[in-house]
Design a protein around this ligand. Structure first.
Ligand SMILES: *[C@@H]1O[C@H](CO)[C@@H](O)[C@H](O)[C@H]1NC(C)=O
Ligand SMILES: *[C@@H]1O[C@H](CO)[C@@H](O)[C@H](O)[C@H]1NC(C)=O
Ligand SMILES: *[C@@H]1O[C@H](CO)[C@@H](O)[C@H](O)[C@H]1NC(C)=O
Length: 505
C-alpha cells in the first residue's frame, strides 16, 4: 500500500491502486526527460545564516556523544524458550501487504499467533506492493535458516506447505471465497479471538490462511511469553540475507572512512573529510527522507513548487483517494501549525543545522524517491556537502544487484539505519517507528522531530536564526532517544520497554 499508515486497504481500493500504478508507470516513462524547474528555497533568510553557521566544539561533542546508559537491557537473551507443543494444530499461513517495515511487524505477529494456536507457521508470503512493485520473497530479504533456527525451540516453522496442502496458495484465495481463509480478523485482535475463530478452522481443515494480517494482533493483554517471543523475532530472528548485510557493511565502511575507500570506488567518491573534529571523526547520521509524491499529495500541504505543483498534487489526490483526504479541509497554514506537513529536504536540513550539525557532518540519505528530485535536495546538499546515498556510495556493478528492488533497498536502509551513530526521520511512519524501536533496544541516539514546533517556526517569516536555533534546541532536548515506556495501545515494536527489556540489576 502506498500510504504506509493506511492499513486497511479494501478490495476496490486495491484494484484502483493497481490501475494507478499502471498509469504512473506510463507517466514515469514520459516524464523521464522532464527538466525540473528550480525549486526556490522557502526559508531563504534562515538558510543564509545556516550556511554560515559554525558550531562550537563543545556543542558538537555533546551532539555526537552516545546516549547514557538508561539502565535497561534486552530481555530475550535471558528468557527460556517455551516448550514446543506436543502436536501441531495445523498450518498458519499469512499474506502480508505494505512496505517492508510493515511486513516485518506482520512476521513477528504471525509467529505470536502460531504460538497462541500451537500451530506450525509457513514462512510468510510478502505481497507485491502496487506502488513499489517489488516481487522479493521472504527468503530474498531475510535469512530463512537463521529465522527457523533461532525460533526452533519456540515454534515449528516450515518453508513450504507439505504436498497435501499445496492447493492453499495466494491464487486459490484470490479467485473465490474459501473456507480456510480468515478474512475478518479485527485490527488488534485478542488472543482469545484467534482461539475462538481460527483454532476451529485449523482443527477442521488442518490449515488457516489469514489475510489481511497487518496489525491484526493486540499489543496489550497478552501473556508475557508471547510478548517476549514477538521481541525475539523482531530483534534476533529477523536478520537480512548475507548479501544485503555485506553490502550494508561496505556502505557503512565507506561512510566511516571515506578517505580509504576500497578499490571498487572511483576517485570521485574519495573525499577528504575536512574540519572533522575528533569527536565526530568516522561518525555519520542517517537521514530518512520520506518525501515522495504519494506522501506530499496525501498531506495536502503546499511545498512551494508553485501552481503547477499544487495542481499536480491535487490531481494525484483525486485519482488516488477521491476526496477522502481529510487534510484537504484545512489551509496550508492550519496544517503546518498542527505539525501535519512532512518536512521538505530544506526544512529537515535547517532542523539539523539548528541542532548543531556542521558542514563536515557525514549524512547518509535513506530514501526511496524524493518528489521534485535533485532540485529539491540541492538546498539540503548545500547545508551538508558530505551527503551520500545508495547511488553515490556504490559501484555500478553493486547497483545492478539492488536496482529497482524496493524491498532490498528498504532492507539496506534499515541495516545502515540500525548501525548509524544518529538516526533522524523527516516524517513519522513505519520506517521511523521501526528505527525508534530497534535503536531504543540498542540504546542508540534517534532524533524525533517535533513536527508541531517545526511547523510553527517555519510559519514565522520574521524569525532570525539565533531565535530559531534556540527554539529548535529547546524543543528537541528530550527527543534524542531517551527511553520511553510503552503505554497501552502503543506498538511493542516502537516502544520495546518494558515488554522486550528489563531494568538491569
Ligand atoms: C563550512 O563552513 C565553514 C564555516 O562557515 C566555511 O568556512 C567552510 O568553507 C565550509 N565548508 C564547506 C565545504 O562548505
Ligand atoms: C498448546 O499446547 C500447550 C502445551 O502442550 C497446552 O498447554 C495448550 O493448552 C495448547 N493450546 C492450544 C490452543 O491448543
Ligand atoms: C515570530 O518570531 C518573532 C521572534 O521570536 C516574534 O517576536 C513574533 O511574535 C513571531 N511572530 C509570529 C506571527 O508568531
Amino acid at each position: 500500500m502506498a500510504m504506509e499508515q493506511n492499513n486497511n486497504t479494501s478490495q476496490p481500493q486495491k484494484a484502483m491502486l493497481f490501475a494507478l500504478a499502471f498509469l504512473l508507470s506510463l507517466n514515469h516513462a514520459s516524464s523521464m526527460y522532464t527538466v525540473y524547474n528550480p525549486i526556490k528555497p522557502r526559508h531563504s533568510r534562515l538558510l543564509k545564516s545556516a550556511v554560515q553557521r559554525e558550531t562550537p566544539t563543545s556543542q558538537l561533542s555533546e551532539l555526537w556523544a552516545p546516549l547514557e546508559n538508561h539502565g535497561w537491557k534486552p530481555f530475550v537473551e535471558s528468557t527460556k524458550p517455551t516448550a514446543l507443543p506436543e502436536k501441531s494444530e495445523g498450518y498458519i499461513q499469512v499474506f502480508l501487504d505494505g512496505g517492508l517495515n510493515q511486513q516485518r511487524m506482520g512476521i513477528c505477529d504471525a509467529v505470536a499467533v502460531a504460538k497462541i494456536l500451537n500451530a506450525t507457521l509457513v514462512i510468510p508470503y510478502l505481497e507485491v506492493n502496487p506502488v513499489w512493485r517489488d516481487s522479493s520473497s521472504f527468503s530474498d530479504i531475510f535469512d530463512v535458516d537463521h529465522f527457523i533456527d533461532v525460533l526452533k525451540d519456540d515454534i515449528s516453522i516450515v518453508k513450504e506447505l507439505p504436498d497435501e496442502y499445496s492447493w492453499s496458495t495466494r491464487e486459490y484465495y484470490s479467485i473465490a471465497i474459501r473456507e480456510t481463509r480468515i478474512k475478518a480478523a479485527p485490527v488488534h485482535a485478542s488472543a482469545h479471538w484467534y482461539l475462538e475463530n481460527v483454532l476451529p478452522v485449523l482443527q477442521s481443515y488442518g490449515i488457516a490462511a489469514i489475510s489481511p494480517f497487518s496489525h491484526r494482533l493486540s499489543y496489550d493483554n497478552l501473556p508475557m511469553d508471547i510478548q517476549h517471543l514477538r521481541c525475539k523475532v523482531n530483534f534476533q530472528a529477523l536478520v537480512f540475507v548475507p548479501h544485503i548485510r555485506t553490502l550494508g557493511d561496505a556502505l557503512i565502511n565507506r561512510l566511516r572512512y571515506p578517505q580509504q575507500a576500497d578499490g571498487e570506488m572511483s576517485p570521485n567518491y574519495i573525499r577528504e573529510v575536512t574540519g572533522a573534529s575528533a569527536s565526530n571523526a568516522g561518525k555519520f547520521v542517517v537521514l530518512h527522507l520520506r518525501f515522495d509524491k504519494d506522501m506530499a499529495a496525501h498531506s495536502a500541504c503546499d511545498f512551494g513548487g508553485g501552481k503547477a505543483e499544487k495542481l499536480a498534487l491535487a490531481k494525484y489526490r483525486q485519482v488516488m483517494w477521491q476526496g477522502r483526504v481529510v487534510n484537504s479541509q484545512f489551509t496550508d497554514e492550519e496544517l503546518r501549525g498542527q505539525g501535519r506537513c512532512p518536512m521538505t529536504p530544506e526544512e529537515i536540513g535547517l532542523l539539523l543545522a539548528a541542532l548543531g550539525f556542521d558542514n563536515s557532518t557525514r549524512v547518509y540519505l535513506a530514501s526511496h524517491k524524493v518528489y521534485g528530485g535533485e532540485a529539491r535536495i540541492s538546498t539540503l546538499r548545500q547545508l551538508f556537502p558530505l551527503m551520500e546515498d545508495k547511488k553515490s556510495l556504490t559501484s555500478p556493478e553493486e547497483r545492478t544487484l539492488i536496482k529497482g528492488k524496493a524491498s532490498v533497498l528498504a532492507a539496506l536502509d534499515y541495516y545502515i539505519g540500525v548501525h548509524s551513530d544518529i538516526f533522524i526521520s523527516a516524517s513519522p511512519g513505519n520506517m521511523h517507528n521501526a528505527m525508534v524501536g530497534h535503536r531504543t533496544y540498542l540504546n542508540l541516539k534517534t532524533i524525533r522531530p517535533n513536527m508541531a514546533l517545526m511547523g510553527q517556526l517555519f510559519l514565522n517569516k520574521t524569525m532570525e536564526w539565533p531565535e530559531f536555533q534556540q527554539s529548535v534546541i529547546e524543543g528537541h532536548e528530550n527527543r534524542q532517544g531517551q527511553l520511553r515506556l510503552r503505554r497501552p495501545k502503543q506498538s511493542i515494536y516502537t516502544y520495546p520497554a518494558p515488554d522486550c527489556m528489563c531494568q538491569a540489576q
